[in-house]
Design a binder for this molecule. Sequence first.
Ligand SMILES: Cc1cc2nc3c(=O)[nH]c(=O)nc-3n(C[C@H](O)[C@H](O)[C@H](O)COP(=O)(O)OP(=O)(O)OC[C@H]3O[C@@H](n4cnc5c(N)ncnc54)[C@H](O)[C@@H]3O)c2cc1C
Length: 434
Amino acid sequence: MKNALALDVIIIGAGAAGLAALRELDRAGKRVLCLEARDRIGGRIATVHDSLSPIPIELGAEFVHGRPREIWEIAESAPLQLYSCMEHAIQVRDGKPQTKADAWLQVDRVMKDLEAAVESGREQTFSEFLAQFDYPADVKELATSYVEGFNAAKADVISIASIVKDQKAADAIDGDRAFRLMNGYDSVLHWMLQGICDLDRKLQLNSQVRAVRWTQDGATVEFVSTQTGAVQKISARHVIVTVSLGVLQAEAIRFEPEPADILHAAKQLRFGEVVRMILRFENAVWEESGDFAEAGFLLSDEKFFRAWWTPLPVRARSITAWSSGPGTGELLGMPKAEIVKRAIQELSHILSMRERQLNELLRAAYFHDWHGDEFARGAYSYVPAHAMGAREALARPAGNTLYFAGEAAETNGHSATVHGAIASGRSAAAQVLL
Ligand SMILES: Cc1cc2nc3c(=O)[nH]c(=O)nc-3n(C[C@H](O)[C@H](O)[C@H](O)COP(=O)(O)OP(=O)(O)OC[C@H]3O[C@@H](n4cnc5c(N)ncnc54)[C@H](O)[C@@H]3O)c2cc1C
């Protein structure tokens, strides 16, 4: 195979991880090609720029969690403007705002006990952990919603050791603060492509990889044009696979031979589901009730959408509804109009406003079906109890040929994030360059 190698590296996928690897390898002078199945870059970063909205609409990643250097260094050198989000959270039970301390403070208490449990050597699911404590019912409910919402995970599946590992990694970068990119998350992607000469030759869109045949000396990648159906093959010394965990688990790419340990690790991990809807109104309807005028987050006990967030500190007219919990499964695969209907019903209960009034004021609903999207097949990854080590196994190369990168293969507690995906893409590139 050695003589026939056309390239040094083929990267599969042009999300945050793939583009980070492309940039590093190109700068190191490698002959590199990034193949992307969609007609756009970014993967689970999908920013909509709508002239009717004063802020960019994020269908995928929105927040920069803390101050990860992978994003802040880009923001500094681009330069891009980051602004701090309003954290103040109000818990709403049965349509009534609760007057207790900021809801996050109640969750903090549980997270401290969780850390102590893990430090004493305990490993179990979050539900099993909660069952051993006698917190008030509303605190248990809020903590469960937080863990499920933040991690896109099922509380009776997710590992407490993984939650604590991620929490510690987040604490080290000021992770309890959230920031947004003023011009949208896609501005980070565009920066990553800057300075790559001859980009059209190095980044090929509409190219869906179907098979990777590899040996210790190199690999041949087979891909199909999603526009013409034409099938092509190209060979390289190394291949970096950055497709989502959902795509890997669905075996949408055939590997010959199968890297058994890696695919086993992919099956051990879980790929969480999220339904996220951004509703733009004629006016900021939640500000009409004095209770919510300054709230960053509304944490509800409704069936489907348990977290809502406002654009504060920016005064804009859109609000985000987030579903990642017990009700989410019912929403998956539902037509958009039906999901909007449920979001409006629940918002009407939270704000004590009539559904009809909200419908009259509704101007747009923005939504991407990540579950039905064949190039994502879900939202982001998490670790089930007793599967610590699966991310590390996923990130371990097969020979010196096949490397797996992307948010699920990040091993330092920053998985499931954009900065984790960038770090993982860079780490795979660095291993190739050794
Ligand atoms: C709704 C939602 C909200 C989120 N919110 C946040 C947030 O606020 N903050 C945060 O940090 N993170 C957030 N995330 C997570 C973050 O978006 C991801 O961790 C990150 O973008 C993953 O990047 P990646 O490169 O690993 O994977 P991807 O972005 O999935 O990139 C993989 C690429 O591979 C391509 N591909 C798939 N199959 C093939 C194939 N056969 N051939 C060629 N190409 C293929 C895909 O099209 C895609 O472009 C969110 C995710 C979702 C879904």
